[in-house]
Write a protein that binds this ligand. Structure first.
Ligand code: ADP
Length: 244
């Protein structure tokens, strides 16, 4: 519930209304679909506004090169890539520092969900492609990947749901669009991608790009948690709709 101090902060903020008319705690229009790549062991699509993420899962399969194998457990390996035509200005094809960072944090966000102890020396590969980007691609990728892992029948302890919360001047909002991410007035935009796990309720991703007070960060995490609960319901519904 929004308190008196929240209202005071929002009144003083230079960001008083969302460009697309959403409420501050409202997600963009979401679409989720499971089983979109027949050749993959598991696959899913997650769309939030104009951001689209596709994930496909292959494995568990023997990990090569052999020296990377873990005889105790299988491992998760994530590859995130934004397609060249996903943004207005053509993005150079192939991996870059940003995609490597996003692949790693996505791997860490998803790893607590899976139990690969039955698959020593193996790897589960998760490929995330972004055909269209309008901010929040890493969180859309996580949401698609979590569904794709479940679709592949990988033993899972829980599901992961992620959203980007933001602070626009002094206002905390959920699921930033690119236009919002580029907001420069007052204190500007702070982007905070978060990922919550469905059963343990733990945070498996928290990144922060910008400035924020402890009080504001706590509020952002709280809003993110509620949004992730909503996303979890959408993912679960999409998983139940699988026909095969
Ligand atoms: P996220 O997509 O998770 O929010 P970033 O904050 O790094 O990750 O990127 C924000 C947005 O900036 C992306 O969703 C995309 O719309 C845009 N963007 C990222 N990289 C590029 C690029 N190389 N060229 C043009 N736009 C980009």
């Amino acid at each position: 519930m929004r308190g008196f101090t929240d209202k005071m902060a929002e009144e003083k903020s230079k960001y008083t209304k969302r460009a697309d008319g959403r409420k501050f705690d409202e997600l963009r229009k979401v679409e989720a679909k499971v089983g979109i790549i027949p050749e993959a062991d598991g696959s899913a699509m997650y769309k939030s506004g104009d951001t689209i993420a596709i994930a496909s899962v292959f494995g568990p399969r023997t990990l090569h090169p052999q020296h990377m194998q873990n005889p105790e457990t299988g491992i998760l390996r994530v590859n995130y890539d934004m397609m060249s035509f996903s943004v207005y200005e053509r993005k150079r094809p192939g991996p870059n520092r940003r995609s490597q960072e996003i692949s790693k944090v996505t791997e860490w966000a998803l790893a607590p969900c899976v139990d690969l102890s039955e698959f020593p020396n193996s790897v589960v590969d998760v490929f995330i492609e972004i055909p269209q980007a309008d901010a929040g691609t890493r969180v859309a990728g996580i949401n698609a990947a979590a569904m794709a892992l479940a679709h592949a029948g990988i033993p899972m302890k829980e599901l992961a749901s992620a959203v980007a919360v933001g602070k626009l001047d002094k206002t905390i909002v959920v699921d930033l669009s690119k236009e919002e991410e580029d907001f420069e007035e007052g204190e500007g935009a702070t982007d905070i991608p978060v990922c919550f796990l469905s059963r343990s309720k733990k945070l498996s991703l928290l990144q922060l790009d910008g400035k924020i007070s402890t009080e504001e960060l706590n509020k952002a995490i709280e809003l993110g948690k509620k949004a992730c609960e909503e996303i979890n319901k959408i993912q679960t519904k999409a998983l139940k709709e699988i026909k095969e």
